[in-house]
Ligand binder design. Sequence first.
Ligand code: HEC
Length: 247
Amino acid sequence: MNKQEKEQYLRDYGTLKSQGKPFFPYAVAKDSAMAIVVMAVIIAMSIVLGAELGPKADPTSTTYTPRPEWYFFFLFELLKVIKPPALVPLATIGVPTICLILLFLLPFYDRGPERRPERRPIATTAGIFVVCAIGYLTYLGAAAGPPTEIDIPIPANVSSQGPEAVANFEAGSQVVAQSGCAACHRFGENGNSGPGPALTNIGARLPAQAIQRTLLNPSAPMPSFSALSEESPKQFAQMVGFLAALK
Ligand code: HEC
């Protein structure tokens, strides 16, 4: 702001101030009235409609798909994009904190007197970019598959065996994803890195029979999947085939 602009501003400010009403009690009264209306609406809605609680938690479920509230979808998606464990704190804490600090310091680093968006090209561009990025990430987060999804590129030893082997591999990957294995095991970039060992290359360590034996007779805390092998032997075989192909 140069000197001339500053004087102009102070003149305008003086004029407006002499015409205006003081903040207290006029603006405070208006704000309080509106705050009371909003509170009354919330109280009335919670009495009339009740709070939505969703279904009861089922601690035995291994296929539960945790989803954040819609307004957190962009952070959720950011977390999915930034996968390496070392960078996860950056996605969950770093990026939002940096954005908040930048927003907090805005009056200190943006000293321009202009208010009109078209005369503030940098701020306007940055604002539009942030809104678009949040919108896009929200859309991706809303459309994303369950976090239990396992996306591992089809290994060469499978693709060389023809389309049927590829289809079986993909079906097996889905069975594994739906069986909750990723809650305890890591598959490439997917799943938790404990308590079970990473299974990214399990096929190179264990032959199919040994994998099958583990699934039927695991040692605790891993649950047995013998029920799956009895109820749907085909899916069980696809799962074993998928794991044995991970080399
Ligand atoms: C509750 C956690 C948990 C779940 C769910 C789970 N596992 Fe495990 N799994 C383990 C643990 C812990 C071990 C290590 C046991 C040991 O070494 O005695 C293990 C071991 C294994 C092994 C042997 C690994 C090795 O290197 O010897 C295989 C294969 C395996 N799990 C596959 C699966 C598959 C496939 C699923 C899903 C169908 C699954 N697990 C679900 C916890 C789990």
